[in-house]
Design a protein around this ligand. Sequence first.
Ligand SMILES: [Zn+2]
Length: 187
Amino acid sequence: MADKTRESCLICQIVANKVPSHKVYEDDLTLAVLDVNGANPGHCFVIPKNHYPIIEQVPDQELANLFGVANKISSSIFENLKAQGTNIFVANGIPAGQTVAHFVINVIPRKENDGINLQWKPKQLTQEEMSTVELKLKEQIENIGVGKIEPIEGSKTLSGPVQAGTQPISEDDEDEDYISRQMNRIP
Ligand SMILES: [Zn+2]
């Protein structure tokens, strides 16, 4: 990303210590700070030090590190703030509520009846609608090569329905189209 983008990015300013923040964790790739306008005391942002507007742009290994840190912060929130639950979530794109063009993971401490509402009204789909959506998603996921996730050296191979290495890395036009479509969502 161009330096100009970083200069105008609030999160990059925090990473560069140009904007003061309350840091709860830092390593080479990742920073976690308290959200000054948090939903509850202890609401943290886990952020990549590199500037990535949306999750699709974050390299897999950095993403793994980010979510690992989010998990540790969640544990600390349980232990030290006596939370009864945490929400760990990402607002990815403007319609999803993303307001800053730098990927962040929110870790929000939760207690019963704390007034935070992350609920939605379930939508009932017909079997046909479900099958159509299932098919579309499967195709798309194959095109973007989810299977290219490589395990970090020394770690165990990813398990689950999507096996590492089952899909070849494709650098074709469909990937390009996919990325350019995602760019429209960046705040
Ligand atoms: Zn940034």
